[in-house]
Design a protein around this ligand. Sequence first.
Ligand code: SF4
Length: 416
Amino acid sequence: MTIEHRLAQTSPAIADVLDRALAGKDLAERDVETLLGAQGPDLFAVMQAADAARAQDKGDDVSFVICRNINFTNVCYVGCSFCGFSRHEDDTDAFDHPMEKLLEKARDAVSRGATEVCIQGGIHPSKDHTHYLEILTTLKRELPELHIHAFSPEEVDFAHKKSGMPLKELLGAFVEAGLGTMPGTAAEILDDEVRQIISPNKLRRDRWVEIVTAAHEIGLRSTSTIMYGHIEKPHHIAGHLGLIRDIQKRTGGFTEFVPLGFIHEKNVLFNHMNARPGASMPEDLLMIAIARLFLRPHIPNVQMSWVKMGPKLAQMALMAGANDMGGTLMEESISRESGADFGENLPAEDMRRLIREIGRTPVQRSTTYEILARYDDPEKDPPSLEPQTESELSGPTRWRLAREKFATRAAKAASY
Ligand code: SF4
């Protein structure tokens, strides 16, 4: 069905918002609230309009980055209610990796084709900014080509307070030591009414804005994120998106927007504070679609999280406004320890397959969206750089190998 035909069958209030978004007009925050109410045929209309907007903004390429997550410590006393990752120092499964371990993980990532490492950790009370600088210099000394994407605004806030340095000077020192870009995490919902409930000890909205803006102003770009599906209301999401777009209009520093659905199973926020059990499937898709329609043309890249959504819903998200599949990750603790069960590693070959299955073209990108390789022809795909022990492989790769093994056995049996 064409978009014109679809819009003709859509509720007038929603069709009006979609018409304006497709005409390239900036939507108002109240339009976000209108779109968040879309159900049934209206939901399909929002998704189809966002998909059309994605095609106009980014074409049919779907990008991904080969990267590794490295969490250097899980020791943290901030106590965010949605966090299943943090531990106290005397917990038996607390860790604080030495530099050699971080280096070993980064070397392994490079051997598997990574162009980026994403480094984040808990707020360990006995560390300070010198520890963060040491991580950067240690990795950059040995792996100068590797892009380091590191330290959330919460970590920068902590390092800044410990350092006593002016904020931009500290960020400049991080860049000098090798920091390439910054994760725009610790955003959750950028509204202190929500933050006071879900993470009362975490940096507040204005401080998040101050840190991200200061980073952008010295040329340090960042991602932008939202965590939804817990206690927030539509007006919180609308305000959050409005704030992100305002910052982008001022600084142009965001590389992408990444909606992150709340993972509920193993944390206090769901188990003891009456939060919702994460977003529903329609809400996940609406969040992606609305991000595309509201943030265009200011933030052209909308990324979906396969860790939170799983590969099949990830494919749907790519048909509802997203143009980026994020990173291969290689290891992932933060979502897994809150209960996510979609694996820790999605190798590049699985990324390419999932993208081709929806009729789009996989492209490998850098952290800042330069295209490194296009994969127009599956016959010319490079060989896998993944480890070959079966237990280390991701689910889809294990299943592919199992299918291949079965086909070989069946061919042998037929030849007898
Ligand atoms: S989300 Fe980050 S800051 Fe909050 S408790 Fe977990 S590790 Fe600490």
